[in-house]
Design a protein around this ligand. Structure first.
Ligand SMILES: Cc1cc2nc3c(=O)[nH]c(=O)nc-3n(C[C@H](O)[C@H](O)[C@H](O)COP(=O)(O)OP(=O)(O)OC[C@H]3O[C@@H](n4cnc5c(N)ncnc54)[C@H](O)[C@@H]3O)c2cc1C
Ligand code: SF4
Length: 568
């Protein structure tokens, strides 16, 4: 029998990137907020710049909840299941995956909000890929801009603006939409390698600029500046230079006295009352079962868990899962196309033994609709990104580019000479949702509590494959022009479990095709708000988190301003 707790105004399920952000405007508005977090608090002393510990042994992700519920994957309904990875790198802790993410904090570009109308206007409706369920967002970049700005300043983002109120500054990204002001901090410093790549891009007539990062380039709000030693691409920051919500918005919300953080609280289902109104959540903690009643529930447990939580929360009013009477939960799923990397070998050392993945240089000339697609047979594009970050074990895992055997003394000699002479660019590209790419519950695989895990049925379609091939060639051009003597292309990979997942509870005005309304509240269950990239209908060519965080702030602020209307 569950222990009934006193009612709160708002319960947030998951205090990661987005739940950790939403808590702040709610608490500042004076609402009583309970954050239920499956993990614990981690501190700087839990993080070490240690490749073995972070990258090989995957501490602490290897022992966590996310790891017991890794989604299964099959490319399509008729295909066999892909091998299931043994680790999912998402974090279960206060701060969630922002504890050990790379911190790249991109805004989407204006086109990403209007893929359908802009493609139709420029090239005709026939250019929308067949089978795609893509819709325009219910609003444009200008409506999200104030929230991007808010989050950048609360977390602390380093970068260089390229467009302040329409005034273009070539030191930043000239393709970005208008922003109201400069970043709170200057960009992370460059390296010899990034300067070489910047000059090369300029020679090619491309526009290179430093990428934005939620990592301090100088002391910010009493947190230290980054010291650039690296080893944090799977690890937290031991000096708190990384703007994880655990060291930014969550403590600020606690300071108001309105946020209560409950750790090791594993939420299992969302409850509705007899009238079908969302009434609270059930969770397990220390072997006990609790019911936390709330006026409003905000679900912020990452894309796969958001979808799974809705699908397992069945009731008389919602027999197919909560807010799923239109069959939209799990639909419009896509994972960001980050495969199809390019690796290059240079004839000289690159001095990349220090630095971090957010410290690099970007080119957006081939992203989104920043170039003319008239003569091409795809829409969208990719962000070119090269960065510093080299670790001994991964460096030794380098390709020999067909120039040496893969074992023995000749291999050792090759690695010894070339370990610091190669670089790999992971390329983020436009990915669209399609009718037959979706999430549902796996019919056989269950987590330790007996709940089915999420099942991904999805594959990259023709448009995504063409974008990938196009962007790889651009990256090869860049590396070659910089002096690379050999390059290799990786395959596009599968759409299996990923750290850049989108959709499943898409946001839009039409309840027939979307789970949430334009504010992030469920069309069918208005006391339930959904936070995270699960509400996003397009990916653009950039990392998702800042957009998901801006949306979370917007949803939370809307709730505070319309409390009486929503909570009643
Ligand atoms: C190694 C790595 C590098 C990355 N780098 C970048 C980057 O540079 N830029 C970028 O934009 N994105 C990056 N990402 C992706 C980024 O981390 C995610 O987009 C972001 O964290 C998602 O936010 P979220 O709040 O939805 O999920 P999370 O941040 O993972 O937070 C979800 C929280 O919910 C909790 N939770 C889950 N289920 C339950 C439950 N049932 N009950 C209670 N609590 C629950 C979890 O414990 C967790 O704390 C990276 C990810 C990884 C793994
Ligand atoms: S390199 Fe910077 S962000 Fe990474 S752990 Fe060190 S100080 Fe923190």
């Amino acid at each position: 029998m569950a222990i009934n707790l006193p009612t709160t105004n708002v319960v947030i399920v998951g205090l990661g990137a987005v739940g950790g952000v939403a808590a702040l405007p709610l608490a500042r508005a004076g609402l009583g907020v309970i954050g239920l977090e499956a993990g614990t608090w981690l501190t700087p002393s839990d993080f070490a710049p240690d490749e073995l510990r972070n990258n090989l042994r995957a501490w602490p992700q290897a022992v966590q909840k996310a790891n017991h519920e890794i989604p299964t994957h099959r490319p399509n309904g008729a295909a066999p299941y892909s091998p299931r990875p043994s680790i999912h790198p998402m974090m279960n802790a206060v701060g969630g995956t922002t504890l050990h993410y790379w911190g790249q904090s991109w805004r989407l570009n204006p086109w990403d909000f209007k893929v359908v109308s802009e493609t139709t206007r420029r090239y005709g409706v026939a250019r929308i890929p067949r089978g795609s369920t893509v819709e325009d967002w219910p609003f444009g970049l200008e409506e999200l801009e104030p929230y991007y700005d808010r989050v950048e300043y609360e977390l602390g983002v380093s970068g260089k603006a390229g467009n302040i109120s329409g005034k273009i500054d070539p030191r930043g990204n000239i393709f970005e939409g208008p922003r109201r002001r400069e970043y709170p901090m200057p960009p992370l410093r460059g390296t010899g390698f990034s300067e070489m790549m910047t000059k090369t891009a300029q020679k090619l007539g491309w526009h290179a600029f430093p990428g934005p990062a939620a990592i301090n380039s100088r002391t910010y709000q009493n947190r230290a500046a980054c010291v650039y030693h690296g080893y944090c691409n799977r690890g937290g920051c031991h000096v708190n230079a990384k703007g994880s919500t655990a060291v930014t918005t969550i403590p600020k919300a606690q300071d108001t006295g309105r946020l209560t953080v409950v750790t090791q609280a594993h939420v299992t289902t969302i409850e509705v009352d007899r009238g079908g109104r969302v009434s609270g959540v059930n969770y397990l903690k220390d072997g006990n079962e609790y019911f936390q009643p709330a006026d409003v529930v905000l679900l912020a447990s990452y894309v796969y868990e958001n979808v799974r939580m809705l699908l397992v929360s069945k009731s008389k009013a919602f027999p197919n899962g909560l807010s799923n009477n239109h069959g939209q939960v799990g639909r419009h799923y896509f994972s960001h196309n980050t495969g199809a990397s390019v690796t290059a070998l240079f004839p000289q050392n690159l001095n990349n033994w220090y630095g971090l993945p957010a410290q690099g240089v970007a080119v957006d000339n081939w992203a989104d609709d920043n170039f003319d697609h008239s003569g091409l047979d795809f829409i969208g594009g990719g962000n070119l990104w090269v960065y510093s970050d080299r670790r001994p074990i991964s460096a030794a895992g380098m390709s020999t580019f067909g120039r040496a055997p893969l074992w023995g003394s000749a291999w050792k000699a090759f690695v010894k000479e070339n370990a610091d002479r190669w670089n790999q660019a992971y390329l983020q590209k436009t990915t669209l949702p399609y009718e037959d790419n979706y999430l549902d519950l796996d019919p056989t695989v269950k987590d330790p509590l007996g709940f089915p895990v999420c099942r991904i049925t999805a594959e990259f379609k023709e448009n995504e494959q063409k974008v990938a091939a196009f962007i790889q060639e651009k990256m090869i051009d860049w590396f070659r022009a910089a002096g690379a003597v050999a390059t290799e292309k990786a395959s596009i990979g599968t759409m299996g479990p990923t750290t850049h997942a989108y959709g499943g509870t898409r946001m839009g005005n039409n309840p027939e095709t979307n789970v949430t309304d334009r504010w992030g509240f469920c069309h069918e269950a208005p006391h339930l708000g959904i936070l995270g990239a699960s509400v996003m209908g397009t990916s653009g060519a950039h990392n998702p988190t800042l957009t998901a965080q801006a949306l979370a702030w917007r949803t939370a602020e809307y709730l505070t301003k319309n409390w009486r209307k929503i909570a009643n």
